[in-house]
Design a protein. Sequence first.
Length: 711
Amino acid sequence: ELTTEDGRWHPFGNRTVDGTDNTWQIDLPRAEIGFALASNYLYLTQGERVAELKFAGSGLAALSGKTFKLFLTTEEGWYETTVTVDQSPVDNRYRLQWTIDGDQPAIVPYDAAVHGGTFATPYPLLKAQLVQTDSPDYAYQALKNITLQSFDLTVVVTGKRNMALSSSTGPLDASKPFHPFGAAPEDGAVFTLGDKEIFQKSATISLNISWKAELDYSDFYHAHSSGRHPKTKYRELRKGAWALDNDLNILPGAGEAVETPIILGTDALIAPDFSDNSPFTSADTAGFLRFRLYGDWGHSNYPRSLAYYAKQGGSLPKLLYDPQILDFSVNYTASQHISLNNAAAYASEHARFFHLHPFGEAERAPGSGTVRLLPELVPQSVISTPEGPVNNVGKDGGEWYIGVEDLAPPQELSLFIQLAPGTADPLLAKPEAHVKWWYLSQNNWVPFENNDLADGTRQLLQSGLIRFSVPRGANTDNTLMPAGKTWLRATVETAVDAVNQIVGVHAQGTIATQVMESTDPALGAVALPAGTITKLRQPIGNIKKFEQPYATFGSSAREEAEAFYTRISERLRHKQRAITQWDYERILLQAFPQIHKIKCLNHLRFEPATPTPIYRELAPGHVTIIGVSDVRNQNGVDPLRPYLSLADLESMEDTLRGLTSCFVRLHLRNPIFEPVLASFKVRLFPGYDETFYEQLLNEEIIRFMSPWAFP
């Protein structure tokens, strides 16, 4: 929303400056800048979940102490937490570590309808947004040059319960006590465990089992039909077949716990699958662990033992052991290495890396160049001043975006840009090729070729047309900016205030030149107000509507006879060639009536790259021209500092280029005004009004010291 009274705005950002022209406040919302990581390893549905993201690359020391706001995808939106970068106590690598408590929602795959954005990924998503503060030392400055080689993502889950369990007799309900091998387990009975969250990862698993009772064979019946104490082994279901047995006894001992972890190896059992868990069926080909019982507790022999006791007498058989689990959960640890300097390795991982831009996002896969941690924006610190380049946050590079609807590249686009005259900083040196133009193609900004761009605004110094030949590569389905538009971008790296402020931007613009038919000599000096021209004199079928949104410009009155003779006399003397100082001054005064006075200084060179501007007096081939503006008929101009606008200086230089020797180097600059304070005592003759003559004397002194203020 524009808050200025006249609706004008700076194309490269509004700033608040202090008395020394330092920027301490950006009058714009903070940009949401950061990165995002999508990975199936972020699929974390239950339990206490601890995640650690370690960085590998260059320049990472700048991350220390920086704060990121993390967002993870849930079924109803985003889970949010704030984390500060620290170093791992294990290997001193910089990392982000966060914990999701067991009562927090599940982290699920990204859904554009729920989470917004345009991330092209089926995986759960982590957004890490850099926390910007009100300090002038913006965090982006320190982090913008960090390059990445890889990420290492590690998740540690404790107490996961929502798995698919089944025994030889069918599915099991883990929410209450259950018999993993059936109510009367026999040799060969199985307990099958399935979980898509775990088995799509390369994980190390440990089981948390609370049995109904410890197994002490002195207390229970143990006339085993197999003649051995029971134990278990496990198998993994891969590619439709159960792998070889692996030793892991999960049965209870006399106070013994299950300590041996299950290591799934480097390959996950299944491809990423985020659907609900389901019990094992014969149609399943992967993604399950099966524990097989070797031996039994004599359940098949126990009825015969009771019958023998009833018939023959003797000792009453001990009670059967009831292998029942009261509580069951799983802990697991899984790690994923995500390469950002190897395109083939990156493509093989179930992970994607994105940059978070202020207006969108874009995947940044390994390619020909290095991958940065944060999106690469326009340089943010170097500016041009009368004293030369200065590192100063706030006086930095900026970007201006223009979205055009219904454009069908390759197509010509004509934009009329109305600028507010005189709003550029007149003391800044306008760099060559200051404003660069780009178009968005496949989430990459591509510069316009020189022959595809015609800039009639003098690098945003005067109102005019910019004509673009938009190439075929400019697509509208990008994610870096809102889709549905063809996006153009103007950028400046230095001298942000060396452009005028914008009043309006209009597509399908053109410029018409008035053909004078009246004999009234003053008619040409009258500007036609906005809206005067409402239609074409001769209708053109392809043009449905015509609009004049602004007053006409560039008009002048017909030349009077006296001015004609003066111009001709001067022309006969300098012959339209700038050789002497007099020639330079008269040519410019004639061509630019808005100039009050011009001073030409030959053999003098202006060097801005010093703390104080220097005019080097012994510099053959250099010509420096200093001018002051005519304050008449101008609004908002300080009469004591009547600077020429940057547009005027550019036009003056263009005028002289074709009239001077090719060996002359021109420097057109505004003067350096030095404030002078005169302090003295005055005695007036008796009878004179002191107040009146004090003001009159002050005005006369100013008139003497600054004659340009009273033309």
